[in-house]
Design a protein around this ligand. Structure first.
Ligand SMILES: Cc1cc2nc3c(=O)[nH]c(=O)nc-3n(C[C@H](O)[C@H](O)[C@H](O)COP(=O)(O)O)c2cc1C
Length: 194
């Protein structure tokens, strides 16, 4: 039986016209071309309260956080595009990770959504360095929760000039380098599970 990698693609932005959502969709295309099944998740569709331990103790894990956890559990790979906010990852992304890191039941293993998943990270910004400083923090955080983050990453500067109307990138080399991120995750998962 052949193995089909399952990859969840999402961005740390809920903005309707988010450049990072566009970016992660390009990487998703690369993963699909390499044989993966990719689910795109728009975090706007799963609004979450700011993580609060009292809220969790009193009301449990919110339904949308449980849905996020289920989606993560069901995929072995992640493609994550993170906007850079004040030189770090966005609060939207950090909050989603914080909720997903909470066990839904006492017998759920620690960090079950994240442990030994394979990820590629990327960022896009209208600024000159493409959000690269945020990726340093994101890589460190994901590593600490046992995600295997692949070494290649891409930061797209001046992103407001980067996309065609159909969602592809104007620069074919940039398009290829981002598709490659998705391909890398698909191929690594196939090596690990083949
Ligand atoms: C609170 C805030 C902080 C920001 N800080 C940075 C930053 O440190 N570096 C950067 O390149 N862009 C920064 N930006 C600009 C974002 O890169 C830009 O809004 C981008 O389009 C957000 O990603 P999105 O298009 O996926 O929503 C910041 C924007 C906001 C609202």
């Amino acid at each position: 039986m052949t193995y089909t990698p399952k990859i969840l693609a999402f961005a740390g932005s809920t903005r309707r016209d988010s450049y990072n959502k566009k970016l992660v969709k390009v990487a998703a295309q690369g993963a699909r071309s390499a044989g993966a099944e990719v689910t795109f998740l728009d975090l706007r569709d799963l609004p979450l309260p700011l993580y609060d331990e009292d809220l969790e103790a009193e009301q449990g894990i919110p339904q949308n956080a449980l849905k996020l956890k289920e989606l993560m559990m069901d995929h072995q790979g992640f493609l994550i595009a993170s906007p850079e906010y004040n030189s770090s990852l966005s609060a939207v992304l950090k909050n989603a990770i914080d909720w997903a890191s909470r066990p839904a039941s006492p017998d759920e293993p620690m960090l079950a959504c994240f442990s030994y998943k394979v990820a590629a990270i990327m960022s896009a910004s209208p600024g000159g360095i493409g959000g690269m400083r945020g990726l340093v923090h994101l890589r460190s955080l994901l590593g600490n929760i046992k995600v295997i983050v692949l070494p290649d990453q891409v930061a797209v500067p001046k992103v407001h000039e980067a996309f065609n109307a159909d969602g592809t990138m104007k620069d074919p080399q940039q398009q290829a380098s981002i598709e490659k991120l998705g391909e890398n995750v698909a191929r690594m998962l196939s090596k690990l599970n083949g």
